[in-house]
Design a protein around this ligand. Structure first.
Ligand code: 4NP
Length: 157
């Protein structure tokens, strides 16, 4: 099993959007038995909450489910379970590194999946209000990530 964790600050806008989008693509490619997708936040303000209304609205627009998704905090235990830990911005990465065991873990940054984009962090729509822009980036980046997982991990599985 290949396990993917997206990390952002509040776990209500960007990382749950990425979780829902990647899980949808995984299901479309009949890979649900081989790849799991989760998300978590570095801040604890929204633990237990549904994704933000803006994230829910754009997922609804694209027919993507967010059923049973609830905000949670990232923890050092996540390092044992997830092979791919993908941070939405640099400060998320800095905070993940501070967790027990985090100094040894290889982290990915979402925008490294899209090197042609000028933006180097996924903008936070909690502050910008621009959920469409984030959806477009996440949709494109998840295609790249899924191709990468297929070539790096599933061949050997
Ligand atoms: P996210 O956005 O990290 O993409 O979930 C945020 C959500 C909430 C807050 C900040 C960012 N907040 O400060 O409550």
């Amino acid at each position: 099993m290949v396990n993917v964790l997206f990390v952002c600050l509040g776990n209500i806008c960007r990382s749950p959007m990425a979780e829902a989008v990647l899980r949808h693509k995984v299901a479309q490619q009949q890979l649900s038995g081989q790849i799991t997708v989760d998300s978590a936040g570095t801040g604890d303000w929204h633990i237990g909450k549904l994704p933000h209304e803006g994230t829910r609205r754009i997922l609804d627009l694209h027919g993507i489910s967010y059923l049973d998704m609830m905000a949670r905090l990232v923890s050092g235990d996540d390092f044992d379970k997830f092979q791919y830990i993908v941070c939405m911005d640099q400060s998320n990465g800095v905070n993940v590194r501070k967790l027990p065991g985090g100094d040894k873990r290889e982290l990915m940054y979402f925008m490294d999946l899209l090197p042609e984009e000028e933006l180097r962090e996924v903008p936070d729509p909690y502050f910008t209000g621009n959920f469409e822009q984030v959806y477009d980036l996440i949709n494109a980046g998840c295609d790249v990530l899924l191709d990468r997982i297929r070539s790096e991990k599933l061949q050997q599985a």
